[in-house]
Write a new protein. Sequence first.
Length: 235
Amino acid sequence: MRHPRRDSGWGWESPGGPWQRLVQRFNSIPPNYLLFGILGVNGAVFAAWSYVQMFQNVADRPPGVKRLTRWLQNNFTNSYENLHKGRFWTLVTSTFSHAQPGHAFVNGLTFYFFAPAVLTVLGGNAQFLALYLGSGAFASLASLVWNKERNYQSLGASGAIYALASLFAFARPRAQFLLFFVVRMPAWACMGSIACFDVYNAFTRQFPSLDSAGHVGGLTAGALYWIMRTRFRLL
């Protein structure tokens, strides 16, 4: 005889509990609202960075520009200083932050192509957002742990986007990817090649402008999410 599982009192374990209802309501939102919302936030933060950079070589910058620069550095960069001062949200918010046009364009384009496919695999907005935000934070931590310089800073959505690509490669290993948008190969081979390159670059720093530790953190987060979802049914 099966006995019904006791509710914790907050409804977390009940199919009709408040958490489940919140997830169901969030999943009922059209997926494009979520995807373009994420792109929109990235675009707004990039516009803010672009504005303050217009005054980069100006000797007497307006006070408003100085305040906006500090606000962006305090809230949209991943750094030891921000964590030391209790700004833990920057582990996530830094993944919505791009200061260079090329960085913003490549990450935005990659997100545009990958995100709908991953959302379809996961089957819900809530699951997708949990992967995106969680892997972004994981990649930010990996970046800080590996790059031990106290004045180190990073920003960008690469870690979260690498997690999307990693999870999709686990779900559809024979799907065709374009490495660097040029070379066609199976998803598993493409992501394996990228992982090998980033591990190599993390140790050698042949390309110091690349946050390879954050990239590897994102790849790892995507793999862990897929394992937890398929093997242990936790997500």
